[in-house]
Design a protein around this ligand. Structure first.
Ligand SMILES: Nc1ncnc2c1ncn2[C@@H]1O[C@H](COP(=O)(O)OP(=O)(O)OP(=O)(O)O)[C@@H](O)[C@H]1O
Ligand SMILES: [Mg+2]
Length: 367
């Protein structure tokens, strides 16, 4: 390593110690290999003459929920002495990519498949600009549509002078767990295995569920997300009152138009919207719709939440997406009804995502 690289490497190690201390914890032994590898990456990114050399190898951090992967990559990005750096969340990125592809395909009229690939590349160009380090948090793939886009995306990213750092709950070989589509994704898995270094983070505890007071401690440069929402039983007026919320009056029923479609809300107020589980999770909403709501309303209240075992598989998926985007955007999510996770049903390839949901819900205060 050059002196500059060594300096950046050591600075990043120190940054991790500092960031953990600010939150009142220490780097867990299970996190140390990732801290070491990310710090080395910080050093590699500081190498002079990077323009004429190959960019450093990409990283793929994976492991069970709540082990600190997002904290590790957020802290990395925060401490990285590089200006052209970006963090994107899976759902957000996909929504923008779909929108970009739709625009470019519409521009070009009716096009053969090759043009669609070009549209993906142009959309990726627009999204990433001249970014040099891209953190892609909570990467997963579930349907055949994802397979094509993700395949193209990874080719484009890996062929560019970008260093990609992703986090996932799945090892590369376990991506796209649905056996119907898994084979569609195998070329991408091979590409990931060839071009990315996989680092597993599998400590014994889910820090969210362990609920150390430190984990919800004071915010530093890296946001502590999702600690302001709550879970309440139906009819718990005191609980609502404590949150500064008033139950909607019948006259407040309204519509929220999302991506051109009206959604029924029981109230739409300044910075706050109330929806029933049936409308938001059992209706035909997409993760992109949930994301738009999360961007528009700092507080979202979801009423009539059933135990997830009683919801449809699609309803469970949409609920998981909603919790994901609200957590990522730090929306105050208030769930009213049953404990969603109480008696959850085993599900097709979704277990890991529902684990993620359960882990995030542990951050919400309960009645
Ligand atoms: N070493 C640690 N000790 C205690 N708490 C920690 C530690 N590392 C991270 N945390 C805290 O644990 C919580 C969960 O971390 P994080 O969100 O990064 O998990 P994750 O691995 O990304 O989970 P998921 O797979 O569900 O996205 C956060 O509040 C984070 O600040
Ligand atoms: Mg995470």
């Amino acid at each position: 390593m050059t002196a500059k690289a060594t300096k950046q490497y050591e600075a990043m190690l120190a940054h991790y110690r500092w960031a953990a201390e600010r939150r009142g914890f220490t780097v867990d032994p299970a996190q140390r290999p990732a801290v070491e590898r990310l710090s080395r990456l910080a050093g590699e990114l500081a190498r002079p003459g990077l323009l004429v050399r190959r960019p450093p190898r990409h990283l793929y951090l994976w492991g069970p929920v709540g082990r600190g992967k997002s904290w590790l990559v957020d802290t990395f990005l925060d401490g990285l002495d590089v200006t052209r750096k970006r963090r994107l969340h899976f759902h957000d990125f996909f929504r923008r990519l779909h929108e970009g592809v739709a625009t470019h395909t519409a521009d070009a009229g009716r096009e053969p498949a090759g043009e669609r690939v070009a549209a993906v590349d142009r959309a990726v160009d627009e999204l990433l600009g001249d970014c040099r380090v891209l953190v892609f948090d909570e990467f997963h793939a579930h349907d055949a549509g994802d397979a094509m886009l993700v395949a193209r995306l990874f080719r484009t990213l890996l062929d560019r002078r970008i260093t990609l750092v992703t986090t996932s709950n799945y090892p590369p070989a376990g991506l796209m767990p649905n056996p119907l589509y898994h084979h569609l994704f195998e070329p991408t898995i091979r590409l990931i295995e060839e071009r990315m270094d996989a680092v597993e983070i599998a400590g014994a505890v889910d820090f969210r569920r362990e609920q150390r007071p430190a984990a919800a401690g004071p915010a530093d440069g890296v946001p502590q997300r999702f600690a302001r929402g709550a879970r309440l039983r139906t009819g718990d007026e005191n609980g609502l009152h404590a949150l500064g919320l008033t139950p909607p009056a019948a006259a407040e029923a309204d519509e929220v138009v999302v991506h051109g479609r009206p959604l029924r809300a029981s109230a739409v107020r300044e910075g706050e919207a109330w929806f029933g589980f049936a409308e938001l999770c059992e209706g035909l909403t997409s993760a992109a719709d949930q994301l738009e709501l999360a961007e528009r309303f700092p507080t979202l209240v979801l009423t009539d939440v059933p135990p997830l075992a009683a919801a449809t598989p699609d309803g469970r998926r949409r609920f998981a997406d909603l919790v994901d985007v609200c957590c990522d955007r730090d929306v105050r999510l208030v769930l009213i009804g049953a404990d969603p996770i109480d008696e959850r049903a085993p599900d097709e390839g979704l277990l890991s995502d529902l684990d993620r949901t359960a882990s995030r819900l542990a951050l919400l205060g309960s009645a």
